[in-house]
Design a protein. Structure first.
Length: 221
């Protein structure tokens, strides 16, 4: 098995001060209209995109030809759970999009986060780490065993999945030169993302908190 891990992902997985347990859902929802928090700019960025089946103008997310990010389809959940899972996927993909764009303040990932939340800090931190080092990814990040929690609080769901980074590698954005791998253990990272229904747009779910664990229970088996 390939035991190496990606450079910035490892740093994030151990940055526990930024990651809060996503199973409670008791924290108050951030004001989605906070000036400068990113919502207005994200909506402006999305205005040129076609509306999806839910009628929401979503920002376009694109990757280079040498990178892809795949998610298994979630099973055994209701319409809200499926929507929360889809936007958790969009949240994760929007972070990688921002990395390729070299923009820690990307309006695209801000479209999918609760402004000023832990998920906001997580996304900005991850993008910043890559941009400051001049790194991007190549290969494939695979997300499997996708599950959605049963609703305990209205408008709140926890989306969990296993991220497999064994088929991905870091490279220098300008030169394409491979970034040296480091061995920190399992190439699998368990994610829990707390998703909340947006008050301003029906059908849109936004990430509020993120919890990760390298080789966690979501990746067992």
């Amino acid at each position: 098995m390939n035991r190496r891990t990606l450079p910035a992902l490892t740093a994030l997985a151990t940055a526990t001060t930024l990651l809060l347990t996503a199973c409670g859902g008791e924290s108050p929802e951030a004001d989605e209209k906070i000036p400068g928090a990113g919502e207005s700019s994200a909506e402006a960025s999305a205005s040129a995109s076609e509306k999806g089946d839910d009628g929401i103008d979503r920002p376009e997310i694109e990757f280079p030809d040498d990178f892809k990010m795949t998610f298994e389809e979630v099973k055994g959940t209701d319409a809200d759970g499926a929507a929360a899972s889809a936007d958790a996927e969009n949240f994760m993909k929007s972070i990688q999009h921002a990395i390729f764009e070299g923009d820690p303040e990307s309006a695209v990932y801000k479209f999918y986060i609760d402004p000023m939340s832990e998920a906001h800090e997580y996304a900005k931190f991850q993008v910043t780490q890559y941009v400051e080092h001049g790194w991007v990814l190549t290969g494939e990040l695979r997300q499997s065993n996708v599950k959605v929690s049963e609703p305990k609080t209205e408008g709140v769901r926890v989306v969990s999945f296993c991220s497999d980074e064994s088929k991905a590698a870091g490279k220098e954005a300008k030169t394409g030169k491979k970034v040296p791998d480091k061995d920190f253990g399992s190439p699998y990272i368990s994610f829990e993302v707390l998703m909340k229904q947006a008050k301003s747009q029906k059908g849109l779910w936004r990430a509020s908190k993120v919890k990760t664990e390298r080789g966690g229970s979501q990746c067992a088996g």
